[in-house]
Ligand binder design. Structure first.
Ligand code: KG4
Ligand code: ZN
Length: 334
């Protein structure tokens, strides 16, 4: 089945065409980073407006890159949540309009389910059940994934998400936006053992990043803003504290649950140090770690097409009164 997917849950306007849930024919992502960077974070109202401006051209580009037109498309998939409702509604309305105009079946997809499903676009696909760490700007959760639609939470954050921790740290240190990307790059020049930052709740599978954020704030209050020469060391040490707990707890959760494969996904899975550390530490424990390429870790529509294909090819359909949802935990069906 040839599926056109649309994703507008946050600040990326994205559309993709995917065949049979595994062959990516196009993957267009229009980023709004430039507009939001002067505010140091995503401004929901501006995000919605930018989605409206971009959505038409992004869909046409996705069809064009895939060498097809709407005549070739057999189903429409769209992110329904979780995310910013104003942003979600732009994609959802566009999807409904195309589906209605072309009499095509359409389904709403959970964004988090999409992040996990991105791995099925790779050559090496996991077999169920496996463990998955979804680590993004809004989520840091370890799941046991039974099949495409059944997820059990093994551990999750009590406060901030890991991506949020990166973004807030970069804002505090005034080193640029988006924080995760800036920190990843700068940390490569720094000594990751230069400073010691806390690793919270070592014995639990739960995460907490708010103490780490406070530790960085106190560090700056006591020593003053790091000089340019010290900044890479601070950033690398901070990143190492985040990476340490993500890798350690996820691999432990897999081990304790007898799972031999771990999928790491979501925007923070694009982090180069996290990717390296996962591969190194997993090898020692006989666990296989699968991580999508960075472009499929951050928000994209190809991952939404994978879930959409699964649902559409099983005859599932949504009606035109489907609404956007800001909160939609993976362990709940809606
Ligand atoms: O999945 P995503 O694109 O959007 C959400 O669903 O949240 O994730 C965005 C998050 C942001 O917090 C961003 O700073 C982080 O992912 N991120 C990174 C990297 N690239 C994006 N964090 C660390 N290293 C990166 N290379
Ligand atoms: Zn995301």
């Amino acid at each position: 089945m040839l599926v056109l997917a649309i994703e507008t849950s946050c600040d990326e306007t994205a559309a993709a065409v995917v065949r049979d849930g595994r062959i990516m024919l196009s993957n267009v992502i229009a980023s709004q980073i430039d507009v939001h960077s002067k505010y140091g974070g995503v401004v929901p109202e501006i995000a919605s407006r930018k989605h409206i401006e971009a959505i038409g051209a992004v869909i046409l580009q996705a069809l064009d890159d895939a060498g097809t037109t709407l005549d070739g498309i057999e189903g429409i998939a769209v992110t329904r949540g979780p995310g910013l409702v104003g942003s979600l509604l732009v994609g959802l309305s566009a999807a409904k309009a195309v589906a209605f105009g072309r009499r095509l079946p359409f389904v709403g997809v959970n964004h988090l389910e999409g992040h996990v499903a991105a791995i099925f676009l790779s050559d090496r696909r996991p077999s169920f059940p496996f463990a998955a760490l979804v680590v993004s700007g809004g989520h840091t959760t370890i799941y046991r994934v039974e099949d495409f639609t059944r997820f059990t939470i093994l551990g999750q954050t009590r406060d901030d998400a890991a991506g949020e921790a990166f973004d807030k740290a970069a804002k505090l240190l005034d080193i640029g936006y988006p924080g995760g990307v800036v920190i990843d790059k700068m940390a490569k020049q720094g000594d990751r053992s230069a400073y010691t930052f806390p690793r919270a709740m070592r014995d639990s599978l739960e995460f907490s990043f708010s103490g780490l954020k406070t530790a960085l704030l106190n560090f700056v209050k006591q020593k003053g803003m790091p000089a340019a020469g010290e900044m890479p060391g601070v950033v690398a040490s901070f990143q190492e504290a985040v990476v340490d707990v993500l890798v350690e707890k996820t691999l432990r959760a897999a081990g304790e649950n007898g799972l031999k494969q771990v999928v790491v996904c979501g925007g923070v899975a694009a982090n180069s140090r996290l990717r390296t550390r996962f591969q190194e530490d997993a090898r020692e424990r006989g666990i296989e770690v699968l991580i999508p390429p960075p472009i499929l870790c951050t928000d994209n529509a190809a991952m939404i097409a994978v879930v959409g294909d699964y649902r559409l090819s099983r005859g599932l359909r949504d009606s035109y009164d489907l609404n956007a949802v800001s909160r939609w935990p993976l362990s709940e069906r809606q």
